[in-house]
Design a protein around this ligand. Structure first.
Ligand code: SF4
Length: 273
């Protein structure tokens, strides 16, 4: 029975534990793993082999810098003064093994892109997630990538433009993310930049390209613009089912706003003195 019990002796003596690394210090050769639950510590201290995976951007030069980053991380993430467990590892325990895996996974390429390299400063506090009006309503899985939120939308297209080319467009560009970021990443500006790069490299979704071309034509021709407004209002008032149907993603979860009988331009013409 004890064999299957998650608290049994066997599960407390697992052979290998895999953890991440929040920061590594070049001066001392140590690395730090931060958790609030102690889960990483439990694994690392019970297993014979500790395998720690570190993104290559996690290195800070000196120990005195570590204190700054540890405080920034928790204050921006959960508002705590310090993470519950900030465990420092320097070498394996006697008779045990420790392996550090340095993960590049597109980071070097990202470093070579002048406009985007600043995003490698990210300490994954998630403050930009918490403030983002899109993330707050859509949640993590809608980003279909490991790192969600505004910063994920910058990092993911670097890995695969085809698969993640939609993410930089899923933003209001309100700038709240850049405002709260403790390491001052210009997040909304990079999202805007990604849009330009993706369109220029032909990775914008087809529907978006067609919609943008149509909008360019409508918005640059005043008579077409006024005509389209009139037509839209007529359909919404007289044949609302042409707009309020299952093909309209906005209508699926919301009521459409009431339609005015006239445009602001028409109202203004009538009422100006
Ligand atoms: S981009 Fe800034 S705010 Fe967002 S997770 Fe990274 S450090 Fe935190």
């Amino acid at each position: 029975m004890q064999r299957d019990c998650i608290y049994g002796r066997n599960s407390l003596t697992r052979r290998a534990a895999l953890t991440g690394i929040n920061f590594a210090v070049a001066e001392t050769g140590e690395f730090v793993v931060c958790t609030n639950e102690g889960n990483a510590d439990m694994g690392a201290h019970l297993a014979d082999v500790h395998i720690a995976c570190m993104g290559i951007e996690k290195l800070v030069p000196l120990k005195k810098h570590l204190g700054v980053f540890l405080r920034l991380l928790t204050r921006s993430a959960t508002g705590q003064p310090i993470t519950t467990y900030s465990s420092h590892f320097k070498k394996p325990r006697p008779g045990k093994e420790m392996h550090i895996v340095l993960v590049d996974n597109g980071r070097s390429v990202h470093l070579g892109r002048k406009e985007f390299r600043n995003s490698l400063k990210c300490i994954r506090c998630a403050a930009c997630f918490n403030t983002c009006p899109v993330y707050r309503r859509s949640g993590g899985h809608s980003y279909h990538t490991a790192v969600a939120g505004p910063i994920g939308s910058i990092l993911a297209p670097n890995l695969d433009r085809e698969k993640y080319g939609d993410l930089p467009f899923a933003s209001t560009l309100c700038g709240s993310c850049s405002n709260v970021c403790p390491v001052k990443i210009d997040i909304h500006e990079q999202l805007y930049k990604w849009r330009q790069v993706l369109v220029q490299s032909g990775h914008a979704p087809l529907a978006k390209k067609a919609a943008m071309k149509t909008m360019t034509w409508v918005l640059s021709n005043p008579s077409v613009y006024h005509g389209a407004g009139k037509m839209g209002r007529w359909f919404m008032l007289n044949a609302p089912f042409t707009v309020n149907n299952g093909m309209n993603p906005w209508y699926k979860q919301r009521d459409m706003p009431p339609v005015p009988k006239q445009s602001f331009g028409e109202w203004y013409k009538k009422n100006k003195k």
